[in-house]
Write a protein that binds this ligand. Structure first.
Ligand SMILES: Nc1nc2c(ncn2[C@@H]2O[C@H](COP(=O)(O)OP(=O)(O)OP(=O)(O)O)[C@@H](O)[C@H]2O)c(=O)[nH]1
Ligand SMILES: [Mg+2]
Length: 619
């Protein structure tokens, strides 16, 4: 039996969790149809998810259709949880991108499809909620072609649209729309359409399979997760059009894409295996990139292994849930370690968190660091005065984190208002050295030479040695390394420094006078001098924005954006409204968001996502 790993992706509330539940129920994987509204679906299983009726973490559930075993990965739709979608993308064979027949194409839909196409992941589009009043079909399709991609081909139609009696029926196999869409990506079909003889239904079917598999064409199907219409068609096409990924060797190769706290201190990890086999009790070694740029390995024996939806060993193509290896994290690799570029930009906001009850301060810090440790996309770092700085995508993520701290750790935390996160990067190279100096009346029995220089974008902070390891006792080395990273939490302009490489160029100590405290005390003095010589540049985050505004609001909205120094990428539409796109400094976003309702009689739709940072220019 073959396995397909299928991601369910969409904007918030499109019906991903409801569709997942429906697929499980229709194929006998659950014996009761749960609902998001009643808070009893299989995949929204967290207490906060059930209370709020939104998905926060990706969840895996499996069912079998004929001789295909399908693992569904239900992802969150809220843009604050885009990091969860990012991790899921890596383990998929294909995706179902949902649209609501009522709400249609949303900004988040566009971002997701753009990413899926870039990754060349086979993707079907499912227009959900055809039973709901206000559902659209023909003009929604026109909208999809205009605002999502022209490479979408409808395979179904709907009767009694927008009513509970809505039904789905297949389009004819030789549908001219199908031939036309395929002609855009398939020269053989183009030649047949233009010069004849016209392509046969069999030609079209084969071309559709090839071009869905290579991610260049997206079949579109209709249905209702609540009513169950169109579900059989969806599964038939998933099975027929999405191929399982090919295995390339017998050596186990896989990725950890989710980690959940288990009973006690144990962690449960989700491993997607691409190659080879993993058996219970096997010893596994995972690899990741460490902060100093070297490869970190964690090994351990598997104490428990469940293969999702199957029994027996974990084989290539499947997902296993395992416990055993300690300190395992999201992103850890089994087998070869390859770098992978992130698909979405890092968060632009930061907040400072403190315990409401001072006696919980230490517990809060360790809870946040534990959460961040399992999850490389939750960035937490200690701040001065015992607080913790967190990087965030948005306010909903903050609320969810506050609720998690209460429910899972019993800690009440206070979050400062979020602010835009600025960063410093070294501008050049600077070097400094001190040999057993006196500073402010203190004698430091330590010799430290440090060089600061820019490191590759996205590398964070790297520490390395030019001195011989072993020249200093380990505790002193560690004291220098730890102090370097803490010191660089504040650069010359007060913002955290990132993408730096600090190298220990000289070191020395005097036994028995030297202590780790001498090294901790001297490191910031030497490092600051080196940093001043290197100089730093200040960077601020930018966002990509999309504003949908009514016809008469184009001029005032454009003027407002221009006064916030937006850079415009395009303005399209003009029939029933305008779509303005561009880039904007993240710190101006709030201003635009607040003015938009007034400028658009409450009809404007604003959407923005982090797009990376740029050097700060004076405004
Ligand atoms: N009428 C109708 N309502 C639907 C359908 N599918 C989902 N809904 C409703 O839409 C709402 C959102 O459904 P969810 O399944 O939670 O949507 P989601 O995409 O998983 O949402 P997030 O995970 O929070 O992004 C719920 O109230 C569902 O009952 C459908 O086919 N028809
Ligand atoms: Mg959901």
């Amino acid at each position: 039996m073959r396995t397909l790993n299928i991601g369910i992706l969409a904007h918030v509330d499109a019906g991903k969790t409801s569709l997942t539940e429906r697929l499980l129920f229709d194929h006998g994987a659950v014996d009761r149809l749960g609902s998001v509204d009643a808070g009893d679906t299989r995949t929204d299983d967290g207490a906060i998810e059930r209370q709020r009726g939104i998905t926060i973490r990706s969840a895996v559930a499996a069912f079998t259709a004929g001789d295909t075993h399908i693992n569904l990965i239900d992802t969150p739709g809220h843009s604050d949880f885009i990091a969860e979608v990012e991790r899921a993308l890596e383990v998929l064979d294909g995706a179902v991108l949902l649209l609501s027949a009522v709400e249609g194409v949303q900004a988040q839909t566009r971002v997701l499809l753009r990413t899926l196409r870039r990754l060349r992941l086979p993707t079907l589009v499912f227009v959900n909620k055809i039973d709901r009043a206000g559902a659209r079909a023909e003009d929604l399709l026109a909208d999809v072609h205009r605002r999502l991609t022209p490479h979408v081909v409808p395979l179904t139609d709907v009767t009694a649209l927008g009513t509970p009696a809505a039904r789905v029926r297949p389009r004819p196999p030789a549908d001219p729309d199908l031939a036309e869409a395929l002609a855009e990506v398939d020269p053989a079909i183009l030649a047949a359409v233009v010069d004849g003889p016209p392509p046969t239904p069999d030609d079209l079917r084969k071309s559709l399979a090839t071009h869905t598999a290579d991610g260049s064409i997206h079949p579109l199907l209709h249905g209702s997760a609540l009513g169950g219409q169109g579900i059989t068609d969806l599964v038939d096409h998933l099975v027929r059009l999405i191929p399982p990924s090919a295995t390339v060797s017998d050596t186990p190769r896989g990725t950890i894409f989710a980690v959940r706290p288990g009973p006690g201190r144990e962690r449960t990890a989700y491993l997607r295996l691409y190659d080879g086999e993993v058996a219970p009790h096997q010893r596994l070694t995972f690899r990741r990139h460490g902060a100093d740029g070297r490869t970190v390995e964690v090994s351990g024996r598997v104490t428990r292994l469940d293969v999702i939806g199957r029994s027996g060993p974990l084989t290539a193509g499947n997902i296993g849930v395992l416990t055993g290896p300690k300190d395992i994290r999201v992103g850890d690799r089994l087998g070869e370690l390859t770098a992978r570029a992130p698909q979405f930009a890092p968060p632009t906001l930061e907040t400072v968190v403190r315990a409401r009850h001072p006696e919980q301060a230490a517990a809060l810090r360790s809870a946040l660091l534990a959460l961040a440790d399992q999850d490389p996309l939750l960035h937490a770092r200690p701040a001065f005065s015992g607080a913790t700085v967190l990087l965030l995508y948005g306010e909903v993520q903050k609320e969810v984190l506050a609720a998690t701290l209460v429910q899972d750790f019993g800690i009440e935390a206070a979050f400062e208002p979020s602010r835009v996160r600025f960063l410093e990067r070294p501008a050049g190279t600077g070097e400094a050295c001190e040999e057993r100096p006196w500073h402010d009346g203190t004698r430091y029995w330590a010799t430290i030479g440090l060089r600061v220089e820019p490191a590759e974008r996205g590398s964070g902070g790297i520490f390395g040695y030019e001195t011989e390891l072993g020249a200093l006792p380990r505790a002193f080395h560690q004291a220098i390394e730890d102090t370097v990273h803490v010191t660089l939490l504040r650069g010359l302009e007060g913002a955290p420094v990132t993408d730096y490489r600090v190298t220990l160029t000289r070191s020395g100590y005097a036994a028995p006078l030297s202590t780790a405290a001498h090294f901790r005390g001297l490191t910031p003095i030497v490092l600051r001098r080196a940093l001043r010589l290197a100089r730093t540049r200040l960077y601020e985050p930018y966002v990509t924005f999309e504003a949908e505004v009514p016809l008469d609001a184009l001029a005032p909205v454009t003027a407002q954006l221009a006064s916030c120094r937006a850079e415009f990428a395009g303005t399209t539409g003009g029939v029933d409204g305008w779509l303005i796109t561009g880039e904007l400094a993240a710190r101006r976003v709030r201003e635009v968001e607040l003015s938009l309702p007034g400028l658009t009689h409450g009809e404007g739709v604003w959407w923005s996502r982090p797009s990376g940072d740029r050097e700060l220019r004076p405004h």
